[in-house]
Design a binder for this molecule. Structure first.
Ligand code: URA
Length: 419
């Protein structure tokens, strides 16, 4: 077999066989296939697409490239994934809620890249917290308190790690087959038999429209079925940031406010929905009953207590979290309904302030970010404070808040649920 023949076959829109896909994944991991050859194949895949069989084989050999977890000793385990967005701190809120309902959460999370945040960076804004758990620590924590969040335990889906880094550098991230196999290889390797995916759609998301989102959802559900995993995909709006705080420590503080019932916003609504589906799957109960449990455990403080238990178990010091003085405030320069505070705009602004990284090796400022006092679609009067900016940098604050006199249509938060 030969990589050039395989590249040409895909370029000519022909279907690759199981043996060819196995050959590509194994030889790329072993460095026998070079980055430039893999890049050419990835670009051919982006342009020519993949069949369901090809996606299935790619996922299978990416799983086989690394270790897998066996969570079978635990009852009621559920995992959650978000395809990424701006202000998305749902894992910090949902994991303790779901765990307080008696469902175990074994969560491996990632870091920020570009303007999309990462749960591990958010948690790292808590002083001393331990997030690189080894397998034994991870399993013990799930046994002891019913949930654990780690950056990396063992080498899960090694091929995906290598291919994803290459995709990121070669403009080949935005391919539904590549996204589906990347997400599902990691999730299947993590060993949970139940998975809720928050599939973000919109300006600040990888997937820009509902048609692509539905295709991605159906492929991931199908991959789940083939691997004995029940998958629910919830298609949600990422045209505007989720919640009001964007930036690592700011997002942890907002998550705590939700868990303490101090906030009632779009973020809370979404968390209740995602958590309800996780509890439904984990306990095998009706959605309405799951939702009642979720709301009860939020209201009675058990979810917040579980969050504190998680942070204490992983040796984090929450007293280190303090709201800083805003360095800049941005005011409305006209009256009307705000139109330009989209997720991509705010995500890029937060990254510029130091909250995100352009390259994986960049350092981040955990306290940097944005608090949105008003969001897209809100009415402002000239002079109202719209945003507070937190940064150690000196920046040009000539940021225009664009308004219109026409009241915009209310945006949907949750588009649809596919299972
Ligand atoms: N998240 C992943 O893990 N992989 C992708 O390809 C895209 C988003």
């Amino acid at each position: 077999m030969n990589i050039i023949d395989i590249i040409l076959k895909k370029k000519n829109k022909l279907e690759l066989s199981e043996e060819e896909i196995k050959y590509v994944v194994e030889n790329y991991v072993n460095d026998n296939i070079k980055d430039y050859q893999m890049s050419a194949l990835l670009m051919a895949i982006v342009i020519q697409d993949m069949s369901n069989d090809e996606i299935n084989y790619l996922t299978k050999y990416m799983i086989n490239s690394g270790s897998t977890f066996d969570l079978s000793k635990f009852d009621h385990v559920v995992d959650k994934h978000s395809t990424g967005g701006v202000g998305d701190k749902t894992t910090l809120i949902i994991s303790p809620i779901v765990s307080a309902c008696g469902v175990k959460v074994a969560k491996m999370s990632g870091r920020a890249l570009g303007y999309t945040g990462g749960t591990i960076d958010k948690l790292e804004s808590i002083k001393n917290i331990k997030l690189n758990l080894d397998e034994e620590e991870f399993m013990n924590e799930i046994s002891d308190i019913g949930l654990a969040i780690t950056s990396q335990t063992k080498d899960i889906a090694i091929a995906d790690k290598k291919i994803y880094a290459l995709r990121d550098a070669t403009g080949t991230v935005e391919s539904i087959p590549l996204i589906a196999s990347s997400i599902m290889s990691k999730k299947i390797a993590m060993g949970s038999k139940n998975l809720v995916i928050d599939l973000k759609v919109g300006k600040g998301a990888l997937i820009k429209n509902l048609e692509d989102a539905r295709r991605l959802a159906n492929i991931m559900i199908d991959l789940g079925k083939k691997n004995n995993m029940r998958v629910v995909c919830i298609l949600t709006n990422m045209d505007i940031p989720l919640g009001n705080n964007i930036g690592n420590s700011l997002e942890v503080m907002e998550a705590i406010d939700i868990l303490k019932n101090k906030e009632d916003n779009d973020l809370k609504t979404l968390c209740i929905t995602l958590a309800s589906y996780m509890v439904k799957l984990g306990l095998d109960i009706e959605l309405e009953d799951a939702k009642k449990m979720v709301i009860n455990n939020l209201n009675n403080g058990l979810a917040y207590n579980k969050f504190i238990e998680l942070i204490n178990y992983q040796k984090g010091d929450l007293s280190s979290l303090k709201k800083q003085e805003a360095k800049y405030v941005i005011k409305a320069t006209s009256s009307g309904y705000i139109t330009n505070l989209t997720a991509d705009f705010i995500g890029k602004l937060a990254m510029h302030l130091g909250a995100g990284r352009e390259n994986m090796k960049d350092a981040i400022d955990y306290d940097a970010g944005v608090i949105l006092h008003k969001k897209n679609g809100d009415y402002v009067t000239k002079g109202d404070i719209v945003m507070s900016l937190f940064t150690k940098k000196d920046i040009n604050t000539n940021i225009e808040i664009v308004t219109t006199n026409e009241k915009p249509m209310e945006e949907k938060l949750i588009y649809e649920v596919i299972s």
